[in-house]
Write a protein that binds this ligand. Sequence first.
Ligand code: SAH
Ligand code: SF4
Length: 389
Amino acid sequence: MTITPVNLLDFDLDGLTAYCEGLGEKRFRATQLFRWVHQRGVADFSQMTDLAKSFRDKLAGVAEVRALPVITQHDSRDGTIKWLFDVGGGNAVEAVFIPEDDRGTLCISSQAGCAVGCRFCSTGHQGFSRNLSTAEIVAQLWFAEHYLRRHLNTPDRVISNVVMMGMGEPLQNYDRLVPALRTMLDDHAYGLSRRRVTVSTSGVVPMMERLARDCPVALAVSLHAPTDELRDHLVPLNRKYPIDELLRTCTAYLASAPRDFITFEYCMLDGVNDAPEHAHALVDLMRAHAAEGLRCKFNLIPFNPFPASGLTRSPMPRVLAFGKLLNDAGIVTTVRKTRGDDIDAACGQLAGDVQDRTRVQDRVARQRTVVLQRMPAPQASGNQRKAVT
Ligand code: SAH
Ligand code: SF4
């Protein structure tokens, strides 16, 4: 019987320490190993030169750093890069790197598909396949960071911000998410500040409460509507956790949050939620909750259309007018820039134009065939392959 090696990307530092102690090794050995893997991007134990040979030999039999195979990589004219990773069973997830003057942001996925089923989201239309493991969440960052360092020929950190805004609802995969967040924050790994790691949620109230206790990072909440009637329709989870309860949970989150505001995301849908009356209703709603201590900013996201949605993007003048109404009422509001347009890397376009899982599976299988033919030999000990451009 063959035993699958333990994937070291599955552990935060505490987890790795416990694992190494189980192998009879001291805590500081686990820290050294953690640094080799995450800070240096090394997957091959034989290259970890300051680890005792006996420890490396022990690891080689039972553990590995197992990356996700890259199916495709698309480079946008504006510097945005999108990777499609194979997570097995015909499923694929995407991560997007967005370079800006003062930061490098990686948007990563938490699930294959999503069970929430928002009307305007192509991942939601795919349905839910499965939760990603901690290793599969971290592998997106591990790969992107070390690929970018090699590609840009720099020893310095390239990714300064992570947003959990790819495929999936991160708070419906809570137990795997938290160790992944801890690894992102750990100074022995990526050392990201809590303010620069953002969990975006459609509003899983009990898990927001737990996140505040377990691992408070910046929070973005996908609101999209000022009333329960409309939000029930756009974000079905609202029927379970309606707006008032959601906003009260946001207010409570601020007590532990690394930032003194919550970001609300609002996808601008033509003729659905973009009228001046919606903006006025939002202002009233936010004023009522501000009285209880809620501080917020709004981020208006022009809808990125996909055929199966039957929805269209609000015209830009309407988006700007909506933003002006909020700003004039004292709510700081920005309009999200669309990046990576030429490679379908914008919000909600992840998984491209696929409309259901069968088609994703077909596409993944097709792409895998093409890409494997072009790909160089696997690197190091994992099944990571060089990215394909
Ligand atoms: N499940 C989480 C995080 C992933 S979605 C959440 O819903 O917050 C990340 C963001 O992209 C959310 O704000 C979501 O509402 C938005 N989004 C989804 N589909 C979109 C689309 N087609 N156009 C624009 N934004 C979209
Ligand atoms: Fe899931 Fe977020 Fe898409 Fe809604 S918007 S279906 S919660 S990924």
